[in-house]
Unconditional design. Structure first.
Length: 326
């Protein structure tokens, strides 16, 4: 481990030198890749400093323990050794995790698409709850949130909500949220106090970087405009600003109505469409290359039930790892 870290620290020095060069600053793609690598390497360096200092101090304390005869000092040193051993163990675990090569997609912008499933109004209300959950989580991670599209429901919540999360390791943290999320609770609309089971689906899509975006032929698109709908009020448009785009070869349909400008809605819809087609291509390629691997890790299909939120029992169950927390 030490040898590998020394090589990475040497690489950090090289990256720092490259970032200081004017040629790097003028090449946006090279600069982006180098800044990501710099962030990764500096994290390793910072953890290594803590680990190395604690490990060195631990060795010194162990030597003192062998040589020392003062009982009071021995007691103090033993306490310090116990604390340092915990620090070393924790930092070593962090280092081991960091030394796993990062996935190139780890920090790519991630589109989160949340839709109400079975359960009617209660499912739509739960979409709103999950949207707030993910936004709060994004806030705790320092990520940015951009709303691409939303369709409010009459009773509150959303029939559909699409947003982009961007920031460090955003896709690494969010990629396993894809699937069906069930909620079991007494809906606000329930008068008899009965527990209902509703479901929503979550799709997680990587938004390809500019240089890797799928080239879409305009001739393959059918673009329809219509009047935005919603819960009413001043934000509902009175012009045909909402946009629905159908990619004819794949049958993929996306819609966006959040912006007052038809052009802005089209731009956002195209971002979602590009991500969906890229994801479909990636899944097809993965299927062709490794059917066995797909059988092991799953397809991320929305029909897979991944989690149940049971409000009366204050229980959350992840069905993939058979874990319940209260």
């Amino acid at each position: 481990m030490k040898e590998k870290i020394q090589r990475l620290l040497k690489r950090l020095t090289q990256v720092e030198e490259l970032l200081a060069q004017s040629e790097t600053l003028s090449d946006k793609e090279t600069y982006r890749k180098l800044t990501q690598e710099y962030s990764y390497l500096t994290e390793i360096r910072d953890v290594w400093k803590i680990y190395d200092k604690a490990d060195s101090q631990l060795e010194d304390d162990k030597r003192i323990l062998v040589e020392e005869t003062d009982e009071e000092l021995i007691s103090i040193v033993k306490e310090e050794i116990s604390s340092l051993e915990k620090t070393v163990a924790v930092q070593q675990k962090i280092l081991e995790n960091l030394l796993v090569p990062p996935d190139p997609n780890d920090s790519l912008n991630t589109i989160v698409e949340i839709r109400a499933g079975t359960g009617g109004d209660e499912a739509a209300i739960f979409v709103g709850d999950v949207v707030r959950m993910y936004k709060n989580y994004a806030g705790s991670k320092g990520w940015n949130v951009e709303v691409l599209s939303s369709t409010p429901s009459d009773m509150g919540g959303f029939k559909e909500y699409v947003m982009v999360l961007s920031g460090k390791n955003v896709h690494r943290q969010m990629q396993y949220e894809a699937g069906t999320h069930r909620v079991q609770r007494v809906p606000e609309t329930e008068t008899q106090g009965r527990v209902h089971t509703s479901a929503i689906t979550v799709a997680i899509l990587v938004e390809p970087p500019e240089e890797e975006k799928v080239k879409i032929n305009e001739a393959d698109l059918r673009i329809d405009t219509y009047r935005a709908s919603g819960a009413g009020g001043q934000h509902v448009n009175v012009t045909d600003s909402a946009v629905r785009i159908t990619h004819i070869p794949t049958g993929t349909v996306v819609a966006c109505q959040d912006e007052r400008s038809q052009l802005k809605n089209k731009d956002k819809a195209m971002r979602i469409l590009s991500a969906k087609i890229a994801e479909a291509q990636k899944m097809q390629k993965a299927k062709e290359q490794a059917d066995i691997r797909l059988g092991q890790v799953g397809t991320g299909d929305r029909s897979e039930r991944i989690r149940t939120y049971n409000f009366p029992q204050i229980r959350l169950t992840d069905h993939r790892i058979d874990l319940s927390l209260y």
